[in-house]
Design a protein around this ligand. Structure first.
Ligand code: GLN
Length: 461
């Protein structure tokens, strides 16, 4: 399916694909007549999709949660507003795991279930599964997602598209429904590396509405995509190829990394021994922050439960019990426990210390290599329902994406091959803090040298 460049092409592809993939929670009204005829901005009229946890004045901003079902944002998220100012048009809000918590988009609080365009019996990944499926099937040119511990990169890998998580602080978080505030970043999903670079260049940069957004200069990401990578050193961390990885995925990713030598890069094995600790660190910190962030939802205005409770506390109990899904409740319980007096040092405090060590380990690695390359996920897209009853199995699927989140590093997924079952596999490329240009140069050089970029899914029968 052709990548859509106009609203009409997008709407046509949505009509064809949406019954099969359910990428959207809702389509937004698009006034094609109202689009300015004079093409002022380069992106004028380009159709994009936005994850349900990112504030948009069109459609709802509900993070696929019953508790926010009817919430309409009075403003746009800063990252989106910058793209809108350049001319893009929002065609719909995409499905996700509720509040970004999950890795398959099956933990949604509102229907429908998103499916993988390459095989509709499998998950699209998560939590930005709808955004990835929408781009992969050609329903939109580009989609916005959020990545707290892998939620842009992993669905991009599962759906065979490009997915970028910038450095923490690179893009404003204003207008993102928070999950883990020290980890959350808005990211982009496209079919091509250069398009992701272009979008990120527009979205990035300091914002007075987010005190954690960085004043660091925004690089020229588009030009970086044209840069030669001859002589660049690429580190291949051995811990990402050890136990637990599917052998087929391992071979595909290793082959991809060594193929960078054909364009002049120097591949060398490195070691990041703290890698196995990252899952525990990530889940402690993310859930602790989530338990605090979710305390603000009282269900008084945007949910639909009828209750005759007279007492306010009883009302909160009822509405939060009804409005939040299982995984969100798990986050509140785990996070509250990790922060409770008597346990806070042992759990949250310890996790924060190990987080610093993980960050240092990456900083040291970047003293000897220019970029790091590894798998995005230990496996390709798994069958729908195969992990949904086992939260731990779902958490472990994030083993290769959470270390960079904990360290705050920029990381992206680029399609790097297909399994025997015709499922896409992603290659993860990581650079040091605020060196997105380096990451794009490597990703683009890789993309230009291979043929996967031209593969698109075929319509299911
Ligand atoms: N699967 C991870 C989690 O549930 C990551 C999700 C994300 O990046 N939003 O926390």
């Amino acid at each position: 399916m052709k990548t859509p460049r106009t609203i009409q092409e997008s709407l046509d592809n949505i009509q064809t694909w949406e019954p099969h993939v359910n990428a959207f929670l809702e389509l937004c009204e698009v006034d094609q007549e109202g689009l300015p005829a004079d093409v002022a901005g380069l992106l004028q009229g380009l159709p994009i999709a936005v994850k349900a946890n990112i504030a948009t004045t069109s459609g709802h901003t509900n993070a696929s949660s019953k508790i926010l079902k009817n919430f309409k944002s009075p403003f746009n998220a800063t990252a989106l507003q910058r793209l809108l100012d350049a001319g893009v048009v929002v065609v719909g809000k995409t499905q996700e795991d509720e509040f970004g918590m999950g890795a398959s988009s099956e933990n949604n609080g509102l229907p429908p279930q998103t499916k993988n365009p390459w095989d509709v019996s499998r998950v699209a990944g998560g939590s930005s599964g709808g955004s990835a499926a929408a781009v992969a099937s050609g329903e939109v040119f580009m989609a916005l997602g959020t990545d707290t511990g892998g939620s842009v990169r992993q669905p991009a890998s599962f759906c065979g598209v490009v997915g970028v998580k910038p450095t923490y602080g690179r893009v404003s978080r204003h207008g993102l429904l928070a999950y883990g505030s020290s980890l959350d970043q808005a990211g982009v999903l496209t079919r091509r590396v250069a398009d992701a670079a272009h979008m990120l260049e527009i979205m990035a940069g300091q914002d007075v509405l987010d005190a954690t957004s960085s004043p660091e200069r925004v690089g020229n990401y588009v030009d970086a995509c044209k840069k030669d990578i001859a002589g660049l050193k690429i580190g291949m961390p051995k811990e990402f190829f050890a136990e637990g990885i599917d052998p087929e995925v391992k071979t595909i990713v290793q082959t991809a990394i060594y193929s960078l030598e054909n364009v002049g890069a120097i591949v060398q094995e490195i070691s990041l021994p703290l890698t196995p600790a990252a899952i525990a660190v990530y889940y402690l910190i993310a859930k602790a922050e989530a338990s605090s962030n979710l305390a603000r939802f009282d269900g008084l205005r945007y949910e639909t439960s009828d209750t005759d409770t007279q007492n306010l506390i009883e009302y909160y109990k009822h509405v939060r019990g009804f409005g939040f899904g299982e995984e969100v409740k798990r986050a509140i319980l785990m996070g509250t426990y990790a922060l409770s007096s008597g346990y806070v040092d042992e759990w949250y405090g310890k996790a924060s210390k190990v987080r610093t060590l993980i960050r240092k380990e990456y900083e040291e690695a970047f003293q000897s290599v220019d970029a790091i390359a590894c798998p995005v996920s230990p496996e390709a897209a798994f069958p729908l329902g195969s992990k949904s009853a086992d939260p731990l199995a779902m958490y472990l699927a994030d083993a290769y994406t959470v270390p960079m989140s904990v360290a705050g590093l920029p990381a992206m997924s680029v399609p790097c091959g297909m399994t025997k079952n015709s499922l896409p596999v992603g290659l993860q490329i990581i650079a040091s803090h605020f060196k997105e240009e380096r990451m794009f140069s490597v990703a683009s050089a890789y993309e230009n040298a291979q043929t996967w970029k031209d593969l698109t899914p075929t319509l299911p029968k």
